[in-house]
Design a protein around this ligand. Structure first.
Ligand code: GCB
Length: 602
């Protein structure tokens, strides 16, 4: 047993210490370490990595990250794993999609590779950036623990400055996707628990003095004439230059204690789905670090039960979408994202809900360009350990990472803090704190959550609604709630003073030769539910948006009836991302009518 070898300093501790992972769970890789990426040129560390699953966390117990390369032929010590050899995996990926034998694995897995480092400039900073790894990600460089990150869908950075050797370095990463009680989401949810480093992994270099953050936006004052920029720098920086050439702006700003801010009086052309106008932005430390972005300026606010985009009432014609693919799992790419928005446009949508966790950052960049408004959210979903301070810290951190990553994206109009969480005191306390943190990190967007219905009183009732700008409502009348007439009762009994967006509704509809021809799970039944919903909802004047569940069928292991076989089949299009179901056309025609109406109203 390796417990007796040189590698394990203390054999008994190695086997019996159940606190073995606490030194490696500091969650020190968090939103505070984020660096603005626009215009930077990171080096990809993607490609083939050595890989092993580690069901018992033997790697942390035995400290596999300390193992030096050794010769197998002459080695006399037994070993349980050699990080310098073994199976290979492609990174980024979800391990489930790489080998059939890894499909249902939930636990720790180790990634190892050599890293050749050659400095490019004096005193450069070097960071490792991971776009997302699900869920706990621990980083080891040259046998030393650097830090860990919690949360499966947001980016994080590890500071390698001063820790890299010129030439060969050893990088080891342990990713754990177990569903545990403290995590967000917790143990139970309706999507597949993919594991691994599923977004880009790269090295980012900056000069010693650099730009850490840039937040630029149209001040939501109803005048459309003020652009504000907040810039954060690191190092000895006394001024920065901000340029928006197309608006005739080139100005130098003093930096005080690492911060520069300005409000410019300027009236840019406004961004909207009909006119997704973007401006090139440049920020530079004179003679030094430079970042760029392409940014749209728009204002989103609510007035009573109306949502106003650039001062004009807007109805959100939306659809939900998971980040899921039959062959790739949660790994996505530009083609996949563009196809998704093209399908939304075919449905006459102007809006999409990116469910139920932060999607790849490319989604909002492409939505900016294509003119699709977005709802983005973190997976505070169903049951969560709201009482646990660690969980609260994790939730807030995921939200701040999401906001910092994408707050220059005009397409993102709403942040959502939760989905269908029971209305308890602990949840309310957790949520009010989260809403406060969200608003203070970003005063330019609406805040929402998918709220609850009081089934006894048959009305929309959720204490969280008081703290939101828009009430999201998931309702499945005609499917889980079989009697559609109950929706009519609910609609009449409710008198919200804020806009309500139907954040989910739908029904399952199977494709293929085995699909039932009528009744539940048939396409006909599904289309009928869509018909009833779209005929009734326009009668409720406080409903200001509609996002049925969902664009594509997606993998969900809790669904095991003979039709579903591990898939949620409420997609308007099948899991092949091609085959449109009958309900697709019902929604398309409904939205065409709404779009026509809104043209004639404006
Ligand atoms: C919901 C959940 C969503 C599920 C959906 C369903 O209310 O928010 O994650 O997938 O219902 O299909 O049951």
């Amino acid at each position: 047993m390796l417990e007796k070898s040189d590698i394990a300093e203390n054999a008994v501790e190695c086997l019996h210490n159940e606190q073995y992972d606490s030194p490696y769970n500091q969650q020190n890789l968090n939103h505070e370490g984020m660096i603005f990426m626009g215009g930077r040129h990171p080096e990809s560390l993607g490609g083939k990595w050595r890989f092993t699953l580690d069901l018992h966390d033997t790697g942390l117990r035995q400290k596999w990250f300390q193992i030096e390369p050794f010769d197998h032929e002459t080695c006399t010590n037994p070993y349980d794993y050699d990080p310098h050899s073994g199976e290979e995996i492609t990174v980024p990926s979800c391990w489930q999609m790489e080998r059939e034998k890894w499909f249902y694995f939930e636990g720790s897995a180790w990634y190892t590779r050599d890293l050749d480092y050659q400095p490019e400039q004096d005193n450069e900073n070097v960071f490792l950036r991971i776009g997302a790894a699900n869920y706990d990600c621990k980083i080891f460089l040259n046998h030393q623990f650097i830090g860990n990150h919690y949360g499966g869908s947001t980016p994080f950075f590890a500071d390698f400055t001063g820790k890299l050797r010129t030439g060969r370095n050893l990088l080891m990463i342990c990713v754990n996707n177990a569903r545990t009680e403290d995590r967000i989401p917790m143990r139970n949810n309706d999507w597949f628990n993919y594991g691994g480093i599923h977004r880009e992994i790269e090295l980012v270099r900056t000069p010693k003095d650099y730009i850490k953050d840039l937040f630029i936006y149209l001040v939501p004052n109803g005048q459309f004439n003020t652009v504000r920029a907040d810039i954060t720098t690191i190092g000895e920086v006394s001024e920065v230059e901000l340029a928006i050439e197309e608006l005739g702006i080139r100005t130098r700003l003093p930096v005080i204690d690492g911060n520069a801010s300005t409000e410019l009086t300027v009236s840019p052309k406004l961004w909207s789905p009909e006119a997704p106008i973007l401006y090139d932005i440049e920020v530079q430390i004179p003679g030094g670090d430079k970042v760029t972005d392409r940014v749209g300026f728009r204002e989103i606010r609510v007035d009573g039960t109306t949502i106003l985009l650039n001062g004009q009432p807007v109805y959100l014609r939306g659809i939900n979408c998971h980040e899921d693919d039959e062959k790739l799992g949660r790994l996505t790419n530009e083609f996949d994202i563009r196809r998704r928005f093209a399908h939304a446009k075919e449905l006459n949508c102007n809006y999409m809900r990116l469910a139920h966790y932060p999607h790849h950052e490319m989604a909002a960049q492409i939505a900016d360009e294509m003119g699709i408004m977005l709802w983005e959210e973190i997976p505070v979903y169903w049951s969560i350990a709201f009482h646990n301070p660690q969980t609260r810290r994790d939730g807030k951190n995921q939200m701040l990472e999401l906001i910092k990553r994408g707050r220059n994206r005009a397409s993102v109009i709403i942040w959502s803090v939760g989905n269908e969480n029971a209305d308890t005191d602990e949840r309310l306390d957790f949520m009010t704190d989260l809403v406060k943190a969200t608003r203070s990190a970003d005063p330019t967007r609406l805040v929402t959550a998918a709220c609850l219905v009081n089934h006894a009183k048959m009305k929309i009732e959720d204490r969280l609604a008081d703290y939101l700008d828009v009430i999201g409502l998931n309702e499945y009348y005609g499917w889980y709630e079989e009697d559609f007439n109950d929706l009519i009762v609910l609609g009449k009994n409710s008198a919200p003073t804020k806009p309500v967006v139907i954040s989910e509704t739908g029904a399952e509809g199977m494709l293929g030769s085995n699909a039932p021809k009528k009744g539940a799970f048939s396409e006909t039944y599904m289309a009928d539910v869509y018909r009833k919903q779209t005929e009734f909802l326009p009668n409720l004047d406080y409903i200001k948006g509609f996002t049925p569940w969902i664009l594509y069928d997606f993998r969900a292991e809790r669904r095991q009836n003979p039709y579903q076989n591990g898939y949620n089949c409420k997609g308007l299009i099948g899991a092949d991302k091609q085959t449109r179901k009958s309900a697709f056309y019902v929604l398309r025609d409904f939205y065409a009518k709404l779009a026509q109406q809104s043209l004639s109203d404006n």
